[in-house]
Write a protein that binds this ligand. Structure first.
Ligand SMILES: [Cu+2]
Length: 122
C-alpha cells in the first residue's frame, strides 16, 4: 500500500511538472493537435494588429492569429509539425515587433509606420 502511495505521488508530481513547463512556454494544445501560443508583442494599435495578423497569415504552419491590442498579446494557432514557437517569434521580430523576450528586428522596425513604434507618443 505504501508503495502504491509513493507511485501515485510521483505521478501527480510529474503531471504538475509537465503543466508548469507548458505554462512557461505559454503553449496549449487543441483537440486536433494544433498548438496555441500567446506571445507578448510590442503592438500598439489596430494597424499593428493588421500588420501582424497579415504576416502570420503568410507564415508557414500558422493556422490563425489574433492580436488583442490592449494586452498586446498575439494568440497564434499553429501546426507544431510544421513550425515552432521560436520560428513564430522570429517571424514577429522580422515584422518589426518584439516577441516575448526577443527584440524587434532593427531594419523591420525602421520600416513600420511611425505611429506603430513602441516608443511613439500616443
Ligand atoms: Cu500600430
Amino acid at each position: 500500500m505504501k508503495k502504491l502511495m509513493i507511485a501515485l505521488v510521483a505521478i501527480v508530481a510529474l503531471t504538475i511538472d509537465v503543466k508548469a513547463q507548458q505554462a512557461t512556454d505559454s503553449l496549449t494544445y487543441t483537440k486536433d493537435g494544433m498548438a496555441v501560443a500567446k506571445i507578448k508583442t510590442s503592438a500598439v494599435c489596430d494597424m499593428c494588429k493588421e500588420t501582424l495578423e497579415k504576416a502570420m497569415a503568410y507564415e508557414k504552419g500558422v493556422k490563425k492569429s489574433d492580436l488583442h491590442v490592449d494586452s498586446k498579446i498575439l494568440t497564434v494557432t499553429f501546426d507544431p509539425k510544421k513550425t515552432s514557437l521560436d520560428k513564430i517569434r522570429v517571424a514577429i521580430t522580422k515584422t518589426g515587433y518584439d516577441a516575448d523576450n526577443l527584440q524587434a528586428d532593427k531594419n523591420a522596425y525602421e520600416n513600420i509606420d511611425p505611429c506603430c513604434k513602441k516608443d511613439a507618443v500616443h
